[in-house]
Design a protein around this ligand. Structure first.
Ligand code: CA
Length: 245
């Protein structure tokens, strides 16, 4: 079958949409394949980041949210399966499209079993990949849950997305977790110890200093919109009640 891509590729790159259709992370150690993917998906309007190792991908995913991860299985160091497994273990629900060079049914089944949303076997046609990317992102957005409002802050807990005054707010996974704890106890003091206790399912140990870091990052992001996290000396932190209007 022949795909006519002329209308898409002739789109004027000088007038991109201010909010692209989505953020993609490509994890692929084959540089030329990754460059081709990034170019093709960039032309479709996606904002694309590219990383070459599973370790780098996990570090990035811990601090940023993507609409889709395109994940190669055959990576140096920890492979794509392990990246996916750890992502799901840490509660990251973002859709994952797995790329496998191995035309083995077992690989695909294993990928889907551990939480991939779709897979493609190399070599593949770029238009087909682009179509799958669009479908997965649409599905991911449709799966987003209802939003709850906390003053100027809106949260879609199912989709793990936050919006501040209507604009998407980027929160690292731990910032998100710390914020959830504060939101459960508005106007009540939460001690550093209870933060640490609530976050113990994370892989590394958390120190009280780390909690301070997450709080200060949250403040930097939320205070411009009038959301205040108060320090209660010797006790912990308290999210102040949201002001009306
Ligand atoms: Ca590879």
């Amino acid at each position: 079958m022949d795909f006519d891509r002329s209308s898409a590729s002739s789109r004027n790159p000088a007038t991109p949409r201010p909010e692209g259709p989505g953020r993609l992370l490509i994890v692929e150690d084959d540089g030329s394949l990754a460059a081709g993917l990034a170019r093709a998906l960039g032309l479709e309007g996606y904002s694309v980041e590219h990383l070459e190792t599973g370790e780098a991908a996990l570090a990035r995913i811990a601090e940023a949210t993507f609409d889709l991860v395109v994940l190669d299985i055959g990576l140096p160091g920890i492979d794509g399966f392990e990246v996916l497994r750890r992502m799901r273990l840490s509660g990251h629900a973002m859709p994952v499209l797995v790329l496998t060079a191995r035309d083995a049914v077992g690989d695909r089944v294993h990928g889907l079993d551990i939480g991939a949303d779709d897979y493609m076997t190399k070599p593949f046609a770029l238009p087909e990949l682009a179509a799958r990317v669009r479908a997965l992102i649409r599905r991911g957005q449709a799966d987003s849950g209802p939003r709850t409002t906390h003053g100027p802050l809106e949260l879609d807990r199912a989709g793990r997305r936050a919006f501040l005054q209507g604009a998407p707010l980027e929160l690292a996974a731990r910032e998100w977790a710390v914020l959830q704890i504060l939101l459960e106890k508005v106007e009540k003091v939460v001690s550093k110890e209870s933060f640490i206790e609530s976050l113990t399912n994370w892989e590394e140990d958390l120190s009280a200093n780390a909690i301070e870091v997450y709080i200060s990052r949250l403040r930097a992001k939320l205070e411009p919109a009038g959301i205040r996290i108060r320090t209660v000396r010797g006790f912990g932190y308290m999210l102040e009640e949201f002001k009306a209007g």
